[in-house]
Design a protein around this ligand. Structure first.
Ligand SMILES: [Zn+2]
Length: 533
C-alpha cells in the first residue's frame, strides 16, 4: 500500500526540500512538494511529519555488531573511566553481582581519562577486586587489555616472558607479566573465555541491533569475526535466524575478518565472495587488521612515537604476508578493507594494493583503508590513484584530538584528514567502530563539522581546515556509506527507486549550533517503508 509522507524538511542530494515523499513496496516512489505528492497520490494513508527534518537512514560504515552485543553483557567501564579507582570499583561490583559468571569481563576504560593515576591498570589492581575468578578488562580501543592473576595462570603466561607474533605481554623490571596485554597477546586470554553458541551469538547480535536503532541507523558494515573466536558459519547462521524471526531490523554488510590465507581459502572454497547475499544481509570485503590504535601506542608508525621514543607500535603482518593475502583475495574478486591507523601500517597496505593491481589489474575494486588516521598527502594521492575508499570515524576526534599532538609531535599537522580526502577525489564514509565509540551518528556529525571534543574539556578545533560541511557530514553517514558497499544506486538517498530507509530528527541540523548537534534526538526510524522506532 503506497503511503504519503507530508510536511517535512527532506534532506536530498539537491539540498533540503520542503515537502514530502511517497513510499511503495519498501522504496521511495516519488519525492517533491506536498502539492505535487498530493496530486500523484490523492487518497490512501498519509503521515504528517510535523515539519521535522528527514534524512536517509544512517549507515555506520565500520563497526562490530556482535562485539557490541557482548559488551552490553559485560561490566560497562566507559561511564566510570574518569578514574582508575572508579573503574576498579565497577569491576568489583560487577563480579559481586554476577556470582555465576565464570569469567569477569569489562570494556571501555581509557587511562588518558583517569584523573587519579594516569596509567594502565595491572593484574594487582584487578586481583584486589576480583581475586577468585579470571578477569579481563579491555581498553576502549580494543587493542590493549589487562588480565588478573587467575586469567594469566589459566593462559599459562604467569611465569617467564612469552613472545607473541604481532603482540606483546608486558613485563615489569623483574620480568613478571604486569597483566597488560597488547594486540595479538590479548588472544591468549580471550581464547579461554567461554564462547557463545549460535543461539548465544544470535541473542547478542539481536541486542546490538536494538541498541543501534535508537541512533537512526538502518545499515551497518560490521566486522563480527575479529572480536570473538567463533565460526563464520555461526555468524551467518545467527543473522539468518534473526531474519527469519523478523528481528533483523538493520541491513548488514559483513566485513569478513579472515586473517590468514587458510581462513580466506576456506571461505572462497565454500563459494562465498563480496556481494553474496541480498539487500538485507550481504557479504562485504575481506577485512584485515594491520596495526593497533594511537591511544594505546600500538598503531604502527614510520618513526617512533613522540611521547614514547622506544616504540613505533605494532605491525601485525610482515610486508610479504600482507602482500600474499591481499593478492589472493584481490585475484579472487574480493573487495578488501584493511585496518591501518599508523602511517607505517598504511605504507604496507598501499604496497600490498599496488602490488595486487600491478599483477592483476581490476576496475572499481573499492578496496579501502579503515581508520586512515596518520595519513600524509602522498599516501592520500596513492589511495586516489588506486581508487581506494577511506573508512573514517569522525567521533574518534572526541578523544583523539586530545592525544594526537603528544603521540605524533609535528606529524599531528597532517593527520585525521577528512575534507582534504574529498578534495583529493578519495571517496570516504563515516562510522563509529562501535564498541570503541558509541554508534551515535549525530555526535559523529558534530565532530566532523567542529573537529572538537564534546564530552571532554574544551579546546581549540584540531586542524579546522579538515572540517566537513554539514551536508558532506550527513552524506558521509548516508550516500557515501552506500558507496562503500556498492549500493549507491539503491540506498542512502531519499530519491525515487531507493530503499525507503529514513530517520526523522527532532530538529533541523542546519538550524542548530554545531556544538549542539549531538543533542538532536532521533524521533523516528523507518526501514523499507516500515516504522521500526
Ligand atoms: Zn574496528
Amino acid at each position: 500500500m503506497p503511503t504519503r509522507y507530508k510536511n517535512a524538511r527532506v534532506f536530498t542530494e539537491n539540498g533540503v526540500l520542503c515537502g514530502g515523499f511517497i513510499t511503495e513496496n519498501g522504496r521511495f516512489a516519488a519525492v517533491g512538494s506536498d502539492a505535487e505528492m498530493a496530486r500523484i497520490r490523492p487518497d490512501g494513508p498519509t503521515v504528517d511529519l510535523g515539519g521535522r527534518f528527514v534524512c536517509p537512514g544512517f549507515n555506520d560504515s565500520h563497526m562490530h555488531l556482535l562485539e557490541l552485543g557482548c559488551v552490553l553483557l559485560q561490566a560497562q567501564l566507559s561511564p566510570c573511566t574518569d578514574s582508575l579507582a572508579h573503574v576498579l570499583a565497577a569491576v568489583g561490583e560487577f563480579a559481586r553481582t554476577h556470582p555465576q559468571e565464570p569469567f569477569i569481563l569489562g570494556r571501555g576504560w581509557n587511562h588518558d581519562d583517569f584523573t587519579d593515576e594516569r596509567r594502565y591498570p595491572t593484574r594487582d589492581d584487578l586481583d584486589a577486586v576480583c581475586p577468585d575468578r579470571p578477569c579481563l578488562i579491555t581498553r576502549a580501543c580494543g587493542h590493549v587489555a589487562v588480565a588478573n592473576s587467575a586469567a594469566l595462570r589459566l593462559a599459562g603466561i604467569d611465569g617467564h616472558p612469552v613472545f607473541v607474533d604481532g603482540g606483546r605481554v608486558e613485563t615489569d623490571d623483574a620480568g613478571h607479566p604486569t597483566g597488560v596485554l597488547c594486540e595479538n597477546a590479548i588472544g591468549l586470554v580471550n581464547a579461554l573465555v567461554p564462547k557463545p553458541d549460535r543461539a548465544g551469538i544470535r541473542e547478542r547480535i539481536g541486542r546490538a541491533i536494538e541498541f543501534v536503532r535508537g541512533y537512526g541507523i538502518t545499515s551497518v558494515q560490521t566486522d563480527d569475526l575479529s572480536s570473538l573466536d567463533v565460526s563464520f558459519a555461526d555468524i551467518l547462521g545467527a543473522y539468518q535466524d534473526l531474519r527469519r524471526e523478523g528481528r533483523l531490523t538493520v541491513r548488514v554488510y559483513e566485513q569478513c575478518y579472515l586473517p590468514t590465507l587458510e581462513a580466506l581459502d576456506a571461505f572462497l572454497a565454500a563459494g562465498y565472495h563480496t556481494g553474496w547475499g541480498d539487500e538485507w544481509l550481504r557479504l562485504g570485503p575481506l577485512k584485515l587488521i594491520s596495526d593497533g590504535s594511537l591511544g594505546s601506542r600500538t598503531a604502527y608508525l614510520r618513526a617512533p612515537y613522540a611521547d614514547a621514543p622506544d616504540t613505533c607500535g605494532i605491525a601485525t603482518y610482515t610486508q610479504e604476508a600482507l602482500d600474499a593475502i591481499v593478492l589472493r583475495a584481490h585475484s579472487a574478486g574480493m573487495q578488501i578493507a584493511i585496518h591501518a591507523i599508523g602511517d607505517g601500517a598504511t605504507d604496507r597496505a598501499l604496497h600490498a594494493f599496488e602490488n595486487a593491481q600491478r599483477l592483476c589489474p581490476r576496475e572499481d575494486a573499492r578496496h579501502g583503508i579503515v581508520h586512515a588516521q596518520v595519513l600524509d598527502h602522498t599516501q592520500a594521492a596513492r589511495m586516489q590513484r588506486l581508487g581506494m575508499h577511506a573508512y573514517v570515524q569522525s567521533i574518534f576526534l572526541d578523544y583523539d584530538s586530545q592525544i594526537v599532538e603528544s603521540r605524533l609531535g609535528a606529524r599531528a599537522q597532517e593527520a585525521y584528514p577528512a575534507a582534504s580526502l574529498l578534495r583529493g577525489g578519495i571517496t570516504m564514509s563515516n562510522g563509529s567502530d562501535c564498541p570503541v565509540e558509541l554508534p551515535d551518528v549525530m555526535a559523529g556529525i558534530q565532530c566532523a563539522v567542529t573537529r572538537m571534543s564534546f564530552f571532554r574539556p574544551a579546546q581549540t578545533p584540531y586542524l579546522p581546515g579538515e572540517a566537513l560541511s554539514l551536508t558532506d557530514a550527513l552524506r558521509s553517514f548516508t550516500s557515501f556509506g552506500a558507496y562503500a558497499s556498492f549500493e549507491e544506486h539503491t540506498k542512502g538517498r531519499i530519491a525515487p527507486g531507493y530503499l525507503a530507509d529514513f530517520a526523522v530528527l527532532g530538529s533541523d541540523p542546519f538550524d542548530t549550533e554545531p556544538s549542539r548537534l549531538h543533542e538532536i534526538p532521533v524521533e523516528g526510524v523507518y526501514l523499507g517503508g516500515k516504522q521500526i522506532l
